[in-house]
Design a protein around this ligand. Structure first.
Ligand code: ZN
Ligand code: ZN
Length: 346
């Protein structure tokens, strides 16, 4: 089959690789109809996380079940499914308690040795372990391209807003209007806030956020702290969702939240550090919530239902559809932020 493989830092290419086989009775093989390039693929693309040359990259996909092992009971060949971006066992304590991102046997598709050595989804076929847990059937009325997002960024945004304790009438700020921020905005809007303020440096992202009902705020034009204070009688945002993953964004979140407010950190961190001002945070009664990786399996049915009902809509985010063959161009477009989301069509 054809697949996008990692070659060296900054270079992927499309190559012939062996078709995946069923390796365990709980596996399924999915024929991919759409995959996508995600912000976290860029870490691998740049060699910041280890992939071996020749490893198949990618973790977002929707497709049709091609074959299923003898233990698979929730999906059957021919069925349309979305793939979970992280692969959980479904049986450990964390999985049984809706914390599948903390699974004892946590694995990631297309994430090299630390992801469990599983091949990725930017390919014609992908093997999905524990298919009963890690595949979700796509309802008839939901298109493949919309369902794709339920496997990762849309559900992550819904989760971030869902754990943020948003109450009717709250002023919510979302720092970072990339894909996860975009869906956090849409999801927060469903909870009847007074306003959702989207903070980003990219005009294109702000325009998309505005179309989704957010108030756009570009920090190069307007001071976020002042702007949020003005909207709230000087208090600051009731809830802030930090969807960037960087000390600067974290600091912005701390500056714009009101005393006694809630900060949800959904942006991804690896080795960054930040001085904890314990006395200040304590005195401000700050409620700081680290979202970590989204426990996708606990939230994706809700997410799919919202997509089916038309209350969450991923379609405006898609800027490019490219043949799988042009994946390298897709990485270039996404990396340089000329694309908001690139879909790859095998
Ligand atoms: Zn992703
Ligand atoms: Zn588990």
């Amino acid at each position: 089959m054809r697949a996008v493989v990692y070659r060296e830092p900054g270079r992927v290419e499309v190559a012939d690789v062996p078709d995946p086989e069923l390796e365990d009775p709980s596996d399924a093989i999915v024929r991919v109809t759409r995959s996508a390039i995600c912000g976290s693929d860029l870490h691998f693309f740049h060699g910041k996380a280890p992939l071996e040359p020749g490893d198949v990259i990618g973790h977002e996909a929707v497709g049709v079940v091609e074959r299923a092992g003898s233990d698979v009971s929730s999906v059957t060949p021919g069925q349309r499914v979305v793939v979970a971006f992280n692969i959980a066992c479904g049986e450990c304590w964390f999985c049984r308690n809706e914390q599948t991102a903390l699974c004892e046997d946590f694995r990631n598709l297309g994430a090299g040795i630390f992801g469990g050595g599983l091949a990725g989804t930017q390919a014609e076929l992908v093997r999905v372990p524990n298919a009963d847990v890690n595949l979700l059937a796509v309802p008839e009325l939901v298109e493949d391209e919309a369902a794709l997002f339920v496997g990762d960024v849309l559900t992550t945004g819904l989760y971030a807003a869902g754990i943020a304790g948003i109450r009717s009438g709250d002023t919510v700020a979302v720092v970072g209007a990339g894909p996860v921020g975009y869906f956090a905005i849409q999801s927060a809007r469903l909870l009847d806030p007074a306003a959702v303020v989207a903070i980003d440096l990219e005009p294109d992202r702000l325009a998309l956020a505005e179309k989704a009902g957010a108030v756009p705020l570009n920090p190069t034009e307007q001071n976020p702290q002042t702007a949020l204070a003005e909207r709230t009688d000087g208090r600051g945002a009731d809830v802030v969702i930090e969807a960037v993953g960087g000390p600067e964004a974290f600091e912005t979140a701390l500056k714009i939240v009101r005393r006694g407010g809630i900060v949800v950190v959904v942006g991804m961190y690896t080795s960054e550090t930040y001085p904890a001002q314990l006395g200040v945070w304590w005195a401000r009664t700050l409620d700081l919530r680290f979202a970590g990786v989204c426990p996708i399996h606990a939230w994706w049915r809700r997410a799919m239902a919202e997509v089916e009902a038309g209350r969450l809509d991923p379609m405006p985010l898609i800027s490019h559809r490219l043949p799988l063959q042009d994946a390298a161009l897709g990485y270039e477009l996404f990396e340089s932020r000329r694309a908001t989301k690139v879909l790859l069509v095998p």
